[in-house]
Write a protein that binds this ligand. Structure first.
Ligand code: HEC
Length: 158
């Protein structure tokens, strides 16, 4: 009987230990995320960055255009209004506690006014406010060339 008690106590101790470890790991992971260093971010300085590459990435690869652009009543992208921002045409498939954005902002404007933070976002997933951008914005991990190409391209649109 005493033996059972001892074993039970040992179990509780190790369960508590595991919980503390889990919390610590999560906290450290969160700190690690917040500490991702902001890369050097002057759009246009990476070797090979180009407007044409930015067009290709935003339209054909990373599909920014699909979320960040307004559509007509048939769901077709409105020509000439690409990247000017749009509501998310979907409901959140995540548990209600997960943060989810119902609006994709005007990224022509953001590329112009906050180019450095757009580059940082595309390279680290961290937004202007220093947090991970809300879903469904994908957490991109682009290289400098790609991120800067996108900012150059968005700035080239009038
Ligand atoms: C699946 C849809 C989706 C795709 C694809 C997508 N975005 Fe987003 N994006 C969003 C949503 C939604 C938000 C708003 C997130 C928030 O409010 O935190 C957002 C936010 C942003 C922001 C603002 C971040 C800030 O600091 O506030 C920028 C800049 C951005 N996206 C650029 C891009 C670029 C460039 C691409 C392509 C490389 C892209 N997005 C692809 C949905 C998307």
């Amino acid at each position: 009987m005493a033996d059972m008690k001892t074993r039970e106590a040992a179990f509780h101790r190790s369960a508590r230990g595991a919980l503390v470890a889990a919390v610590l790991v999560t906290a450290l992971a969160a700190r690690g995320l917040a500490k991702i260093p902001a890369p050097a971010t002057s759009p246009g300085t990476a070797a090979g960055a180009s407007i044409e590459r930015g067009r290709y990435l935003t339209h054909d690869v990373a599909m920014c255009v699909q979320c960040h652009s307004p559509r007509d009543e048939k769901g077709r992208l409105l020509e000439g209004q690409e990247f000017l921002g749009a509501p998310m045409p979907i409901q959140s498939p995540y548990p209600s506690s997960a943060r989810f954005a119902f609006n994709a902002p005007n990224i022509r404007e953001l590329a112009r006014s906050h180019g450095d933070s757009v580059v940082r976002l595309l390279r680290t997933g961290i937004d202007r406010n220093g947090k991970a951008a809300d879903l469904p914005m994908p957490p991109f991990r682009m290289n400098a060339e790609d991120a800067e190409s996108i900012v150059l391209y968005l700035r080239s649109l009038n």
